[in-house]
Design a protein around this ligand. Structure first.
Ligand code: COA
Length: 210
């Protein structure tokens, strides 16, 4: 197993991070048919995407086994939000070319994202940041990356479409070394604040709302 990071955020929420080092065939061989169905694999044509998919399923299975959850497969709802078949446990996942990360909570929805700072975030900052958030980020690529990932994680927690990132998802000002930041989901009848956990793994920021 290539789990490189595990932690518990609370009594009921758990993280596992897989570093992708195995070949496509090695990973596929680790997946029994009850985890990897032909139908699931048929929908993913790109080899790298298959690798990330294999690792996501292996990481979910790893956490399920550790937490005593019977793994009966994964399905997605009408918005694409994944859920564990036959279980109240909630989960969220993110994949990059090098890592896959999964968080699970016994019953509450949660969200996770992993991104690396990149110039492209400067170009779209006005689309995903409020005026106050842009002022706080002040063009800093690391802060922009944390803002983006925190909002992607909040988006996954919510799980539905028609979310306006610079209005419905809000992040309180933070400093670059802060490990817990505050976020707010404000949409329709929902107005909820969340603690958001931030850590750096290699060149990536791992951000989890859980
Ligand atoms: C769905 C989305 C959040 C995925 O994020 P990403 O950075 O591309 O990819 P990640 O690897 O981090 O996450 C992918 C996982 O998100 C999960 N996901 C997809 N749709 C989801 C939803 N509606 N709710 C919760 N999780 C979802 C899936 O598990 C998916 O992995 P899988 O397909 O292997 O099961 C993203 O593509 C998206 O749609 N973001 C919102 C777009 C938007 O409105 N942007 C406007 C900004 S101005």
């Amino acid at each position: 197993m290539a789990i490189v990071n595990e932690k518990q955020y609370s009594n009921e929420s758990f993280l596992a991070v897989w570093k992708i080092e195995e070949s496509h065939d090695e990973l596929q061989a680790l997946l029994p048919s009850e985890i990897l169905t032909d139908a699931e694999l048929a929908g993913i044509s790109h080899a790298q995407k298959q690798i990330e998919f294999f690792c996501s399923r292996l990481t979910i299975k790893y956490l399920a086994d550790k937490l005593g959850i019977e793994y009966l497969g994964i399905k997605k709802d009408q918005y694409g939000k994944p859920f564990l078949v036959g279980s109240d446990w909630q989960f969220s996942l993110t994949h990059t070319a090098e890592y896959v990360a999964v968080v699970m909570h016994k019953y509450l929805p949660l969200g996770i994202d992993m991104e690396r700072p990149s110039e492209k975030l400067q170009k779209i900052a006005h689309k995903f940041l409020s005026y106050a958030e842009r002022a706080d980020a002040a063009g800093d690529l690391d802060k922009l990356c944390i803002y983006w990932s925190a909002k992607e994680a909040l988006y996954k927690l919510y799980g539905k479409r028609k979310v306006i990132f610079n209005d419905n998802l809000l992040i309180a000002p933070f400093s670059i070394n802060q490990q817990v930041i505050n976020g707010r989901l404000k949409i329709n009848e929902i107005d909820q604040t969340y603690q958001i956990f931030v850590e750096k793994i290699d060149k990536y920021y791992l951000v989890a709302v859980c």
